[in-house]
Design a protein around this ligand. Structure first.
Ligand SMILES: Nc1ncnc2c1ncn2[C@@H]1O[C@H](COP(=O)(O)OP(=O)(O)OP(=O)(O)O)[C@@H](O)[C@H]1O
Length: 258
């Protein structure tokens, strides 16, 4: 069964139609990018899937179950995880404690109260950090980590909730080019091995064309194209939408200097 199915989503703000008849799906293990010029409606669609915005019309289904009007917390329990544009870790806590907090909040009902918080889920947290290449940073405060490493810790935090679908809002914003490629390679490997569907918005075309399995292009709230990175790069309507930025759709040249 399709993991995420979005049908006919519609959202207006006053007179502005931010999303119009938006229909798409995400399969398990698939990386789907939503792109489009500024104001195209990417955040609007993304937030309707995450539950931060209520659609005027249409439906959102996860694993066949309707979640169109479910609050973000309920979606989270159903398997929708999310990372944000700006990393959301607690700077004063170390990497392991940040992941432990996420694990404690995910498993809160099955916990006894006698174990000190510092020990709860420590092993599982370090295991998750190892999966994102950060096991050695377990005891380092997040405030002392490089930004790219904080984003990896954030990925481990998102994985603590065992998501079926991971929403990533501009996952590589603020990162150096090599760090971007590394984070997205890691995300793709984890998505494939755990069969997690990943829906992400992204302005960096190297990231999109280098890491998405499929790309959706929005323009003025409507999907104008959907396909593989190569199909999208060749699409005349998409090229016109990006007119004025003629390099935006060029083939990535591989990782540049960090
Ligand atoms: N809360 C809001 N109130 C009024 N208008 C809004 C609101 N949110 C979005 N819009 C409008 O809806 C349209 C789509 O906005 P949206 O933020 O979804 O685009 P976007 O593709 O994410 O843009 P960007 O790349 O600049 O982040 C824009 O015209 C925007 O001004």
């Amino acid at each position: 069964m399709t993991l995420l199915f979005v049908k006919d989503l519609q959202k207006s703000f006053g007179g502005v139609v931010a999303a119009r008849s938006v229909t798409f799906s995400v399969e398990r293990g698939e990386m789907l990018a939503i792109i489009g010029p500024n104001g195209a409606g990417k955040s609007t669609v993304f937030n309707m899937v995450g539950g931060q915005l209520r659609p005027d019309h249409g439906e959102v289904r996860l694993d066949g179950q309707e979640i169109t009007h479910a609050a973000p917390q309920k979606r989270f329990r159903r398997g929708v995880g999310r990372t944000f544009q700006v990393a959301q870790t607690f700077a004063s806590m170390n990497a392991a404690e940040n992941v432990q907090m996420a694990l404690i909040s995910c498993h809160r009902r099955s916990l006894g109260l006698w174990a000190p918080a510092r020990e709860r889920y420590r092993e599982k947290a370090v295991e998750l950090l190892a999966q994102v290449g950060m096991a050695e940073a377990a005891d380092i405060p997040c405030s002392a980590l490089a930004y790219g490493d904080v984003k990896r810790v954030e990925l481990a935090i998102a994985l603590a909730g065992e998501p079926k679908l991971l929403l990533m809002d501009e996952p590589t914003a603020g990162m150096a080019p090599r760090e971007r490629a590394d984070l997205m390679d890691l995300t793709a490997t984890i998505a494939a091995s755990r069969r997690i569907g990943v829906l992400f918005t992204e302005h960096d075309m190297d990231v999109v064309f280098g890491h998405a399995d499929r790309v959706l292009v929005l323009l003025r709230g409507q999907i104008i194209a959907a396909g593989t990175p190569d199909e999208i790069r060749r699409d005349a309507q998409v090229r016109r939408a990006y007119l004025g930025d003629e390099h935006a759709l060029e083939r990535p040249k591989g990782p540049g200097p960090a």
